[in-house]
Design a protein around this ligand. Structure first.
Ligand SMILES: *[C@@H]1O[C@H](CO)[C@@H](O)[C@H](O)[C@H]1NC(C)=O
Ligand SMILES: *[C@@H]1O[C@H](CO)[C@@H](O)[C@H](O)[C@H]1NC(C)=O
Ligand SMILES: *[C@@H]1O[C@H](CO)[C@@H](O)[C@H](O)[C@H]1NC(C)=O
Length: 192
C-alpha cells in the first residue's frame, strides 16, 4: 500500500517534471485582440475578389466588414453578437438583407479550442504556424509577431491580412447604423 502510494507520487512528480521541461510545446493560436482594424484581401474563389475593411469589436459585440467588390459596389456587413447580421448597399438603389444566425460574432479565442496544429508553412512570404479547425478553417499566424496572416475556408474563400491595427475602434456612426430600408423589408427588400 505504502509503496503504491509512494509510486503514485513519483509518477505525478515525473509528469510534472516532464511538463515543465519538455522542450517545445505545441503552439497554440494567439487570441485576437478585443478590438482591431484590419484591411483584408479576399479571394472568393468563384473568380471574384474583394477588399474588406474589417473592424472587430468584441466589447461592443460588433463585427463590421465593409466590402469593396471588384469593379462593383460597396457591401456593408454589420454583424452583431445577438446573431443579427445586416447586409446592405447605400445609394438611391440601396438594398438590404437581414439574417439571423444562431451564433454571434467570433470570440477572440475562437481558434484556441478544438484546433489542430499542422506545423509551419511559408505563406505570402511569411513563416507561419498553421492550424485547422473542424475542416472549416485553416488559420495562418506569423511565427514571429503572432499576427494572423491568412485564413482559408472550406468553401474556397481565402483571406489575406494586409494591415492589422490593434486597439483601433470604429466610432458609432451612420456606417454602423443599418439604413431605414433594412427595417421595412416589405418595401425594398431585394437580394444582394
Ligand atoms: C483565387 O482563388 C482561385 C481558386 O483557388 C484561384 O484559382 C485564383 O488563382 C485565385 N485568384 C487570385 C487573384 O488570387
Ligand atoms: C441585435 O442587435 C442589433 C443592434 O443593437 C439590433 O439592431 C437587432 O435588432 C438585434 N437583434 C435581435 C434579434 O434582437
Ligand atoms: C437606380 O435604378 C434605376 C432604375 O433601375 C436606374 O435607372 C438608375 O441608373 C439606378 N441608379 C444607380 C445609382 O444605380
Amino acid at each position: 500500500m505504502k509503496l503504491i502510494k509512494l509510486c503514485t507520487n513519483c509518477l505525478i512528480l515525473t509528469l510534472l517534471w516532464t511538463s515543465f521541461t519538455s522542450p517545445s510545446p505545441i503552439p497554440s493560436p494567439t487570441p485576437w485582440p478585443e478590438q482591431f482594424h484590419a484591411l483584408l484581401y479576399m479571394n472568393l474563389s468563384s473568380t471574384r475578389l474583394q477588399l474588406s475593411d474589417l473592424w472587430y469589436d468584441w466589447p461592443k459585440g460588433r463585427n463590421v466588414n465593409i466590402f469593396q467588390r471588384q469593379l462593383s459596389d460597396v457591401l456593408y456587413d454589420i454583424e452583431w453578437n445577438n446573431g443579427t447580421t445586416f447586409y446592405y448597399t447605400l445609394g438611391p438603389n440601396g438594398t438590404c438583407r437581414v439574417e439571423d444566425f444562431e451564433v454571434g460574432i467570433p470570440r477572440p479565442d475562437f481558434m484556441v479550442d478544438g484546433s489542430v496544429y499542422l506545423g509551419t508553412q511559408v505563406t505570402d512570404g511569411i513563416l507561419c504556424n498553421v492550424w485547422e479547425k473542424i475542416d472549416f478553417i485553416w488559420y495562418y499566424e506569423d511565427v514571429l509577431s503572432n499576427i494572423p496572416v491568412r485564413m482559408d475556408f472550406y468553401d474556397g474563400i481565402s483571406i489575406h491580412v494586409m494591415t492589422f491595427e490593434v486597439g483601433a475602434v470604429l466610432p458609432d456612426s451612420s456606417v454602423t447604423q443599418a439604413p431605414v430600408y433594412c427595417f421595412n423589408q416589405g418595401l425594398q427588400a431585394s437580394p444582394l
